[in-house]
Design a protein around this ligand. Sequence first.
Ligand code: NDP
Ligand code: 8X3
Length: 290
Amino acid sequence: MGDLYYFFWENFLSFRGGAETGAGFSGKLSSEKRGWRHIMEKGSVLITGASSGFGEACARWYAKRGYPLILAARRRDRLEALAEKLDTPVFLMCLDVRERIAVKEALECIPEGFSGVEILINNAGLALGLAPAAEADLDDWETMVDTNIKGLMYLTRGLLPGMVERRRGHIVNMGSVAGSWPYPGGNAYGATKAFVEQFSRNLRCDVLGKGIRITNIAPGMAETEFSLVRFKGQADKAAETYQGVEALSAEDIAEIVGWVTTLPQHVNINHLEVMPTQQAWGPFAVSRDV
Ligand code: NDP
Ligand code: 8X3
């Protein structure tokens, strides 16, 4: 294991709270080779949902290209394990995006070298269940709304003023094909992603002329922990989803996110929908059973 370049925001809080020794930091700060000077060279990238799937793949993509990273998710062990493998400075936020105050505090504690976030990837999200609306669990619906909609709003609202002030920034929101195309059991999940799509478009209107880019990425079937979460840990059901299909990979999505954010500054991809070649829409359904 090489040098560690990460530390946690809650430790940073306690450090700022008076522990002048710096003992609150987890790991070592950067060596001369990859020190604060290096951090300042490129704007930082904040990725939510970085502990698996798309978020983790995006972290690897940006790390390879030398971007300082701020990685957020709830699973601290996953974040730490990832940070140890990344050859770039990393600031970890062990964070539930549904917690409005925690999000605010975490953003306020981003250390100087990582502040001035240039790219925000609002990726944390989930689908829970596939039950028809009349049978769906209302708690699941609420969790999806709180995470996919409210969490995304908290991060956006927290970071946007700085971007406006700097007249620089790119927000990539992780939508879904489910935001545009309905399917049975997609009910609340699809509706949260429809919010993401329209919120992204409306954000564009509000930041017009301020040098800020907004993109909604709408992937179709991608093999990550997504289905394991949707089916609440039932691995066999999750595996069935991808059987016989070469689904999109997390790396495919990371390539796309990386591409849209490294296009010339005057180019804004508004909405990018992507599916595996083996996926398409179905015909309209008609009930003849009256
Ligand atoms: P994963 O389940 O692999 O990753 C989801 C990530 O979101 C995890 O890192 C998880 O971290 C994080 N997350 C979930 N809830 C919270 C929370 N409350 N606070 C902070 N982080 C949270 O799935 P994907 O990578 O596939 O999903 C990423 C995004 O892509 C989601 O928004 C999803 O809706 C969307 N998407 C996925 C598709 C797919 O087929 N896979 C297709 C289209 C869109 P932790 O549990 O550690 O908090
Ligand atoms: C994930 C893709 O088709 O399961 O957003 O809704 S789908």
